[in-house]
Design a protein around this ligand. Sequence first.
Ligand code: C5P
Ligand code: MG
Length: 164
Amino acid sequence: MSDRVLSEFRIGQGWDVHRIVAGRPMILGGVAIPSEFGLEGHSDADILSHAITDALLGALALGDIGMHFPDTDPRWKNGDSLMFLRHARDLVAAQGYQIANMDSTVILERPKLKDHRPAIRGKLAETLGVPLDRVSVKFKTAERLGPVGEGLSAEAQAVVLISR
Ligand code: C5P
Ligand code: MG
């Protein structure tokens, strides 16, 4: 079989961490989570959207989120991170790829996130332009270990597969 008839797959991985602070919103996958504290950052500090954006850019080998959206740029101050995700989604489409699936994990001690899973998956599926059953969002505590476990920070990890 020639290479031409084989579909081409590429994988991408992304990770992000932000500090937890009082007086900031907690936005995860574009969804505002009711919480007494939020995530510190130049943009809206949506770690999940940032990790997925990096996974998409990684699959394309097009650098990382900071290269496309420098955090020194006043345009992105308190910015909606779904915009970064849409940018990466458009780069994927421009190269003729489709997102096969996306899987992610948010690591956060509290609040509990599982009740927000449908809203977060829905927002991400809509933003990525893929069916809901291709979008997975998982939640874990850090079992009170390390900075995440002590409630000082939150992390997100994402992997994507794209194909054409
Ligand atoms: O971290 P742990 O294994 O104890 O998490 C158990 C479950 O609790 C997870 O599978 C997830 O469904 C839920 N969880 C959550 N919100 C968090 C952390 C975990 O809903 N911040
Ligand atoms: Mg970030």
